[in-house]
Design a protein around this ligand. Structure first.
Ligand SMILES: C[S@@+](CC[C@H](N)C(=O)[O-])C[C@H]1O[C@@H](n2cnc3c(N)ncnc32)[C@H](O)[C@@H]1O
Length: 225
């Protein structure tokens, strides 16, 4: 059973159904998450193990079937750029296609509530000189972290320099959703796969904006010395 799918997500969901049953919608969505997260991560912080994982995923698709994945990523980017504010697109689709029903018990905070919570936590980013860090140790698809950036946007403050987010989740699909959405939003962040209660870190991905900020900092240091 599918929940209500917003009109703006229909093209994306139709693409997920491209194989007419050869692969399930959920399988295509999961593979899209893994492949996109790895591609974004390896574009700025290459890891051969992650590349091997990528190749193990694409193996099950025919060459012409693989065309759907860049189309999905392009469609996701289009949905994001059409919105003034960051919204939890992947989390909403994940719940709409019922991937959260397989006994995982995952329900994410609705966007408007996450926005209100972020506003309560980060009242006036303009009042802070340094970098504000936000941690969600059970981040789901990253809705609270995306809305932290919205609080900066509302005050016209450059979240790409003034915000640092940390997200962790035990579920690899959530880990990937958070990483993809933070990366496409240009938010500096560290995303970890693992059990927060055990301080477990199975994977650590840095967003492209985080890597860029680190490189700029190092360059400045080198010039000064
Ligand atoms: C109710 S969802 C909330 C997600 C997000 N914070 C939000 O507001 O939408 C809880 C999330 O916690 C994750 N989770 C549960 N136990 C965890 C643990 N021990 N370590 C890390 N993540 C965990 C689940 O996979 C799920 O994505």
């Amino acid at each position: 059973m599918r929940l209500y799918i917003k009109d703006e997500y229909k093209k994306f969901v139709n693409l997920l159904d491209f194989s007419r049953g050869k692969y399930s919608t959920g399988q295509v969505f999961e593979d899209f998450l893994y492949m996109s997260a790895i591609a974004l991560k390896n574009s700025c912080d290459f890891d051969k193990n992650e590349e091997d994982w990528y190749f193990s995923i694409i193996k099950k698709y025919e060459k012409n079937e693989l065309e759907v994945f860049p189309k999905l990523l392009a469609e996701l980017v289009l949905i994001i750029v059409k919105n003034d504010k960051f919204t939890d697109v992947l989390g909403e689709i994940y719940q709409a296609i019922n991937l959260n029903s397989k006994g995982s018990g995952q329900f994410f905070t609705p966007n408007h509530l996450a926005e209100a919570m972020a506003k309560m936590i980060i009242d006036k980013p303009s009042n802070t000189d340094g970098v504000i860090t936000v941690n969600d140790p059970a981040c789901g698809s990253g809705v609270l972290l995306l809305n932290a950036a919205n609080s900066f946007k509302d005050e016209n403050i450059d979240y790409s320099k003034k915000l640092l987010v940390y997200g962790q989740d035990i579920d690899i699909r959530c880990f990937c959703m958070t990483y993809i959405q933070l990366s496409l939003a240009g938010i500096p962040g560290i995303v970890v796969l693992g059990n927060s209660l055990l301080n477990e870190k199975r994977k650590i991905y840095y967003t492209p904006q985080y890597v860029k900020n680190c490189l700029e900092k190092n360059n400045k240091k080198n010039k000064a010395s």
